[in-house]
Design a protein around this ligand. Structure first.
Ligand code: ATP
Ligand code: MG
Length: 561
């Protein structure tokens, strides 16, 4: 169960606390998370999930998972399954699993009720005419010539719409409100339209589909929701929400409350855009570790705890604001730091031969999995031998003064091992460095010199004959600009993709202790970053690691230069 210690009091929670104190709804607190199953969930949805499920938990209420599945063209059972899995992975369990498509009958009954009350009518204008008739923000709309149909006439047409007598677009059901209403949404909004299409749950049973506004609020009301939490772009929909639940006759209907949606730098949080990235092959699928879907973040090695901590930290506000990627990454590091073992992996290997180390000798050095400031214990033995790999970036032939790693004539400490000094640099015909020759000081085993001499740097390494080959996927931000939607005329967010959002390195070398760890295991590769063995592609004999996040925000450094 998610930790709910000392939840923050935001304006939504203040409101709900007051509902409880005054028993405003006469029933327990009810919330719901209402995804449309037309794509995978992303970190923005996670914010909404943490809010809805969190409030139900904190106030002894209920939270439903409701699929707002009213569009037969875009929805799929595959998305339903993915959404359920993602909500559970985030650590939440719904009270009831509901589907707007199970309410089609009831919604249709409400439609007849509105017709009988004279509050809805069948309009037979074309879609085009309806759109034109709506007017603009500054000019009122025009009433449809069909607006004065009698309830009997409307009822007859509505029943025949339902019976499948008419083709798509022949008629629609509209609310009869006010064609001059200052809120354009209230100018006789559409409630039902004809769609001879197969729905993933209802098959071809239905041919009159409710529009979002008609289905959403009434579904909330049917479920006894108290506060219907949604994002700010639905502010204008609140009028129709209230109108419908009142006209249909709910006594203490739910009320809609809007909060700011999450917008995160260097990524996009729109299912439509994510769908495009997936469909056009810019990423490998809904679980590509570069996109901010829950499935992608999971495959990238992010934990549900980190996502919940992030959601908690950013809070819930009434006004939109972008969140820096660094804030998210901070919570990812914070969480992984306390939970994952440290291991040695050399991403860009450079061979080192210790010339004074006996040939054929192997020592086992004890290496602890956690640093002192992490309250976990455990260690493993790492083999040390005459031939090692270090990272290419840890050697410079002609280093600047501040380079505290290996260079000709310089001495460094090998993590958990010995001091070594570089004596020779071996190059191939093209001048590329292919090997270093070093000597070691046998008295420095464990990392200290008995004579008290100091070295400036400690580098990581692996024993060449023992190391395992692996593939390392270095993931980076997906876009080159903080707001990919903010692009010049004639361009779109696709143009802002970062061509280096994934760099695949083959032939990296990792210490042998990780052999046999289950896929999905998370680590810190010392001095390199946090990694996870890919849950799908990594297996014994073909190890693949995804970089979850670097150890520090390397982009801050770049910016500050
Ligand atoms: P679509 O573009 O398909 O409408 P959507 O992102 O609104 O996509 P829904 O499935 O309708 O997706 O969203 C389910 C719930 O998640 C809604 O209540 C919605 O307000 C909320 N939600 C969606 N995106 C965000 C976001 N970025 N931040 C916070 N909440 C979000
Ligand atoms: Mg939506």
């Amino acid at each position: 169960m998610p930790d709910t210690a000392a939840p923050r009091r935001d304006f939504v929670r203040e409101m709900v606390a007051e509902d409880v104190a005054t028993n405003r709804f006469g029933r327990p607190v009810g919330t719901r998370f209402p995804p449309e199953p037309n794509g995978f969930l992303h970190i923005g949805h996670a914010k909404s999930i943490c809010l809805n499920f969190g409030i139900a938990q904190e106030f002894g209420g209920r939270c439903n998972l409701r699929f707002d599945d009213t569009n037969p063209f875009t929805e799929d059972i595959r998305y339903v399954e993915a959404i359920k899995g993602d909500v559970q992975w985030l650590g939440f369990q719904w009270d009831a699993e509901r589907y707007a498509s199970d309410y089609f009958e009831q919604l249709y009954e409400f439609a007849e009720l509105l017709v009988r009350k004279g509050k809805a009518y069948v309009d037979s204008q074309s879609e085009e005419e309806i759109r034109e008739g709506r007017g603009t923000v500054t000019t009122p709309g025009r009433e449809s010539p069909y607006r004065s149909r009698t309830p009997e006439e409307n009822l007859d047409l509505l029943r025949r719409m339902r019976a499948g007598e008419f083709p798509d677009g022949a008629h629609v059901l509209r609310a009869r409100i006010d064609m001059a209403h200052p809120n354009m949404i209230m100018r006789d909004p559409l409630l039902l339209r004809i769609r001879h299409a197969s729905h993933y749950r209802r098959g071809s049973e239905w041919c009159v589909y409710p529009l979002y506004d008609f289905a959403h609020g009434l579904s909330d009301a049917i479920e006894g929701i108290t506060r219907s939490l949604c994002t700010l772009e639905f502010k204008d929909n609140r009028d129709i929400y209230e109108w419908l639940v009142r006209e249909v006759g709910f006594e203490t209907p739910p009320t809609q409350v809007e909060f700011a949606r999450l917008e995160l730098d260097y990524t996009v949080l729109s299912k439509r855009k994510l769908l495009r990235l997936v469909n056009e092959g810019h990423v490998s699928g809904w679980d590509d570790p570069r996109i901010p879907t829950i499935a992608g973040l999971r495959r990238r090695g992010v934990t549900p705890e980190a996502i919940r901590a992030f959601a908690e930290a950013i809070g819930v506000a009434r006004k939109d604001a972008r969140v820096e990627l660094a804030t998210f990454e901070h919570h990812v590091r914070d969480d992984l730091n306390m939970r994952v073992p440290r291991v040695l992996c050399v991403v860009k290997p450079l061979r080192v031969v210790i010339t004074n180390y006996p040939e054929g000798q192997v020592e086992e050095l004890e290496a602890s999995y956690y640093p002192h400031d992490v309250p976990k214990t455990g260690s493993r033995m790492v083999p040390f031998s005459r031939e090692l790999y270090i990272d290419r970036d840890d050697f410079m032939e002609d280093p600047p003064k501040k380079f505290f790693r290996l260079a000709p004539g310089r001495e460094v400490r090998l993590r958990y091992g010995y001091f070594i000094t570089c004596t020779d640099v071996v190059k191939d015909a093209s001048g590329e460095i292919v090997e270093l020759r070093c000597t070691y000081d046998p008295a420095t085993r464990g990392g200290d010199a008995p004579d008290g001499r100091k070295v400036q740097g400690t580098i990581h390494w692996v024993s060449a004959p023992h190391a395992l080959d692996c593939t390392v996927r270095l993931y980076d931000r997906l876009f080159t600009v903080p707001n990919p939607d903010d692009v010049p005329e004639g361009k779109d967010f696709i143009d802002a993709l970062n061509p280096e959002s994934l760099v695949v390195v083959q032939g990296a070398k990792i210490e042998p202790s990780v052999a046999g760890d289950p896929s999905g295991s998370r680590y810190q590769f010392e001095r390199t970053g946090y990694f996870v063995s890919d849950p799908i592609d990594s297996r014994d004999g073909s190890l693949t690691f995804n970089r979850t996040v670097t150890l520090r925000d390397s982009w801050v450094k770049v910016k500050d230069k």
